[in-house]
Structure formats: structure tokens, C-alpha cells
Design a protein around this ligand. Structure first.
Ligand SMILES: N=c1c2ncn([C@@H]3O[C@H](COP(=O)(O)OP(=O)(O)OP(=O)(O)O)[C@@H](O)[C@H]3O)c2ncn1[C@@H]1O[C@H](COP(=O)(O)O)[C@@H](O)[C@H]1O
Length: 107
């Protein structure tokens, strides 16, 4: 299991966004705004789909990483906390009862 979470990456995105570092891609995306960041997110989504349908597992790993990073940038520029998305997913899981079923002892 990787010792790196979406929250870790989200913190890095927040820090780098306003770093003023001319080499920071994150800072560049923030400076260019939501349209450019959303465009990049769309491109990475398409590249992820292409890797998936080609059966390119290593490409799928790499494109998924690009996709998730750009998704977090878009959330951050839009002012939507990652936690809101996680809570939405948590709520859906609760409503479906899947979490309870998975934790119930079998037999
Ligand atoms: N995970 C990523 C990440 N994934 C992809 N990218 C960048 O996303 C960019 C997109 O690449 P593309 O080839 O699609 O785009 P491009 O041709 O460079 O740009 P355009 O011509 O489309 O404008 C590249 O510059 C990648 O380096 C990322 N940049 C940063 N991170 C994370 O953010 C952290 C901070 O990065 P900086 O902000 O650059 O310091 C890093 O340590 C990483 O953890």
C-alpha cells in the first residue's frame, strides 16, 4: 500500500499554487485559471481512456496520476474542498448499505 494519499497531494497543490516558483506547473495552472486547468483535465481524461482501451497498464497508471493531479488542481481553483467530494462518496456508500454489509461477519 502506498504511503501517499489524495490529501497529501492536495496539500502539495495548495502550497505550490501560490509559491511564486516560475518552474511550478501548479502555479502556472493557477495563474492561467479554471479554463486552462479544466482543459488539461479533459485532455488527461481522454489519455486515460486511450490507455485503458489499448490495455496499456503502465500508461493507465501514468495517465491516471496526471488525471488525479489535474482534477485536484481544478477542485482547488474552483474552491471545492477535496473533503466535500469524499463526504459525497461516503454518503453514497452509506445509503447503499455496502459498508455495513462488508463489515458484517459472514456465516
Ligand atoms: N502530479 C503532478 C503532475 N502530473 C502531471 N504534471 C504536469 O502536468 C503537465 C502536463 O503535461 P502535458 O505534456 O500534458 O502538457 P504540456 O505540454 O507541458 O503543457 P501545454 O502545452 O498543454 O500547456 C506537465 O508539465 C507535468 O509535469 C504534474 N505536475 C505536478 N504534479 C505534482 O505537483 C507537485 C508540485 O509540482 P510543481 O507545481 O510543478 O512544483 C509535484 O511534486 C507533483 O507531486
Amino acid at each position: 500500500m502506498a504511503e501517499f494519499s489524495l490529501s497529501d497531494l492536495q496539500k502539495i497543490v495548495s502550497d505550490r499554487a501560490h509559491s511564486g516558483d516560475p518552474d511550478s506547473w501548479t502555479a502556472k495552472l493557477f495563474a492561467r485559471g479554471i479554463d486552462k486547468a479544466a482543459q488539461k483535465l479533459g485532455e488527461e481524461a481522454v489519455e486515460t481512456v486511450i490507455a485503458a482501451v489499448k490495455g496499456d497498464k503502465q500508461g493507465l497508471v501514468s495517465e491516471s496520476a496526471d488525471l488525479i493531479y489535474h482534477w485536484l488542481v481544478v477542485l482547488s481553483i474552483a474552491g471545492v474542498p477535496l473533503d466535500d467530494v469524499l463526504k459525497e462518496l461516503e454518503g453514497r456508500t452509506r445509503r447503499s448499505g455496502i459498508a455495513e454489509k462488508a463489515s458484517r461477519p459472514k456465516g
